[in-house]
Ligand binder design. Structure first.
Ligand code: MG
Length: 408
């Protein structure tokens, strides 16, 4: 953009005074989704939609990046879970939760990685605040308790997960008629080990697992993509988000990651959503809906299907990637099963990244945790947190002193 050539908008864009500001809190602001969210906000504001005002930034441990963001968005409250920094508004393990409680916002972008995102996200829903959800663990672990909280307080959850953002866009054609939907399909890239043989999988290192072919994401979700556990979590997320039974949620492997999801209607017609594998598309969709009456110009690359040539689809290999079956099991079990699955997986992935657990033991260990820890009913957050802690404790105990009877 050169100052000597003022750009001419195609049509006059509303100025900041034309519509009220949208106050945004970004949880997980220094992570991959958080950084991209701030980039999309800057893009929207520079494009004449100067409505998005960042009023809160919550980070985990990256104090330096948070301080830089704080200077870029003056006046925003800051939260840091762990670390040293000049002057965060909130500091400590409950910092993000405190920020959500104290700072008035119109939209909370939930992009903390893992179970830690649940409590602050639930706090936003309990305030009736719209949530743009990237933290799928909130719905996997929190399940019906979370959707019930949203319903009770009139809070809307708009997905940032690209597959769910795709499904939401396709479902709009059903105009709320769930009986018109035959099934939804989430696409899976297949991850870095899609064609790997059993020996390669056994010897897979964190470096190999973190080398994702199409998406650029944080380490936890990238390992989840390699085991296909990410798709397991996403099927459970879709079940809670769209209120569909497991039998109506399919997964298909699509290595190009261009078709993000599709909906088959009862008449056999199928609508799909396509876009480059760039999270800014799904983030912008969640940020702008329903704030803008129409779509705003995007910040990311454009799709060129002719240059791409082929799009391919294949069924997932559930023998080599047994994680997928766990989605149906957890949905059927209900209660704390989602929290157990998620907590066990987080502990196992953590151990794999620290080279304490082979790649091919992650999913069997999560399965064994579900066997060992039967689901209990959920009435409040403490039930979920207890199941999460139990699952982590059980997995860590198995890694340090395996119980042969558990057959992990
Ligand atoms: Mg996804």
């Amino acid at each position: 953009m050169t100052p000597s050539r003022p750009s001419t908008p195609i049509r006059p864009a509303p100025g900041p005074s034309a519509a009220p500001a949208i106050r945004v809190v970004v949880l997980g602001s220094t992570g991959s989704i958080g950084v991209n969210t701030l980039a999309v906000i800057d893009h929207l504001n520079q494009g004449g939609h100067g409505r998005w005002r960042v009023v809160g930034l919550a980070a985990g441990t990256n104090a330096a990046a948070l301080a830089t963001q704080s200077r870029r968005y003056p006046g925003a409250a800051t939260a840091l879970a762990d670390g040293q920094t000049d002057d965060p508004t909130f500091l400590g393990p409950d910092a993000a939760w405190q920020l959500v409680q104290e700072v008035d916002a119109d939209l909370v972008v939930s992009a903390i990685v893992g179970f830690g995102g649940l409590r602050p996200t639930a706090a936003a829903l309990a305030r009736g605040t719209r949530v743009a959800l990237a933290n799928k663990e909130t719905l996997v672990a929190g399940g019906r308790w979370v959707t019930g909280l949203a319903a009770a307080h009139g809070a809307v959850i708009d997905p940032i997960d690209s597959e769910h953002a795709a499904i939401a866009q396709c479902l709009a054609a059903a105009a709320g008629r769930t009986d018109a939907v035959a099934r939804i399909t989430l696409t899976a890239s297949g991850g870095p080990f899609l064609r790997a043989d059993a020996n390669t999988l056994d010897a897979a290192t964190p470096d190999a697992a973190l080398n994702h072919p199409t998406w650029d994401m944080g380490p936890k979700i990238t390992v989840d993509s390699a085991t296909l556990m990410n798709k397991t979590l996403e099927v459970i997320e879709a079940h809670h988000l769209f209120g569909l039974p497991a039998e109506q949620i399919d997964v298909v492997v699509h290595p190009q990651s261009v078709v993000h999801g599709f909906v088959e209607f009862c008449d056999g017609s199928v609508l799909a959503q396509l876009g480059p594998p760039d999270m800014r598309g799904a983030i912008q969709h969640a940020l702008t809906a329903p704030a803008l009456p129409a779509r705003a110009p995007g910040a990311g690359p454009r799709l060129n299907l002719a240059a791409l040539g082929d799009l391919s689809f294949e069924p997932p290999d559930e023998h080599r990637f047994p994680a997928l079956a766990l989605a149906r099991r957890v949905i059927a079990a209900d209660g704390t099963a989602g929290a157990t699955l998620n907590g066990a997986n987080e502990a196992a992935v953590h151990a794999f990244l620290k080279r304490q657990l082979p790649f091919t033991r992650i999913v069997p260990l999560v399965t064994a945790a579900l066997d060992a820890l039967p689901p209990k009913p959920v009435t409040d957050y403490d039930d979920i947190a207890a199941a999460d802690a139990d699952a982590r404790g059980w997995v860590n105990q198995q890694i340090s002193a395996p119980d042969p009877a558990a057959n992990t």
